[in-house]
Design a protein around this ligand. Sequence first.
Ligand SMILES: Nc1ncnc2c1ncn2[C@@H]1O[C@H](COP(=O)(O)OP(=O)(O)O)[C@@H](O)[C@H]1O
Ligand SMILES: [Mg+2]
Length: 387
Amino acid sequence: MVSLSTISLKYEVMTPDEASNFLDNLVYQQTAEHLTRLEQSIIRGVLQCWTYKEIKENDPIARGYEIGYLGRYVAYHLWKKLTKVLRQAGIINQEERVVAANLWDCIMRALQQGMQPPKSTDPMLDKLMRMRYRITEHLVSTDYSDTYLAEDENLPDRPFCLVKRLKSQSARTSQMFDRESRVLYRLGKHDRIPELLARFEEDGYFYLVYEFVEGQPIAQELIEGKPWEEQRVIALLQDILEILVFVHKQDIIHRDLHPQNLIERTSDRKIVLIDFGAVKEINTSQNSGQTKSHGGTQQDYIPPEQAIGSPRLCSDIYAVGILGIQALTGMRPKQLRVDNKGNLMWRDRTKVSPQLADILDKMVLYAFGERYPSAVEALQAIQKLVS
Ligand SMILES: Nc1ncnc2c1ncn2[C@@H]1O[C@H](COP(=O)(O)OP(=O)(O)O)[C@@H](O)[C@H]1O
Ligand SMILES: [Mg+2]
């Protein structure tokens, strides 16, 4: 057990926030992926000698999760990740493992070895944008955008919102940004699509401000070798398709459905669909779209007709089908084989009812004309399974 006096001594060197940033930086340097907010809240809690129960009670990010999930699942994987990263950085030796009890010690050893704690160098932090949105935290960066948590100072209780800054500053980005944010605005309100609150240009960058959704991308749950139960897959498909029905009814194709763009909302565990329009279009025009996400790349979810530039509503259905197959098999989409018609062969890789397997097969047919034409028909098929 660490005594209180040792903790306060350590706080003089680094606060739990700074320590969590420090670890995040190390992880990012080696894996090009940031720690999730949930992982960071576990680090901050553990560094304050909290139990997982106390973390759940005291940290709003952890509030919606079961204690067992935090400790046995999130923390378990976090310690594994940190062990690997700190070993590679030469901070711990091959036999040592990072666990809650020695986390402070590992950080102190890193500092003693001359590693510098990160200075808050990001000029975005604490910035007030549009005289309204106060940037409080960097959340995540992808190839295309940097995303920040912000507080809306114009409203009572300063609710959180999300400020997304596009990385590209080109004239083409400007056009697409304009066109696509109109699409998003036209789409209107849906409980499970974050509302676009503002869009503007500042310092040559394009910004989008969204309603903030507390939760985790489902990428965190799609783990290789850990297939989901059929019922859970059905619930996921139903959840996603319900949102897509709303989108497709307005003839809008999402075009970028993948596990990083589907957030499981903490408050009710429902799926929220993000990343509409603007950025996605910009992405595909400027980049091959090979963003790495847990368990796959964006490319794995793109059907053939979309790959040659002719997406349709049923291209989104293909992506949903791939997600379902990924969840059911616990395999990355790339690991699956195709037959001589280009259709995926996956049924023998898992236990699945023929009814669900038929629906998924129809969703991911190579020939788009034979798939469910839109989310409406696909959802009807899924609903027949549950009724
Ligand atoms: N409204 C939101 N609420 C919570 N997190 C969000 C929201 N929008 C985006 N994010 C987080 O930021 C990441 C990047 O945002 P996204 O819109 O997907 O941008 P990109 O086009 O760069 O992929 C997402 O994967 C998600 O983790
Ligand atoms: Mg995205």
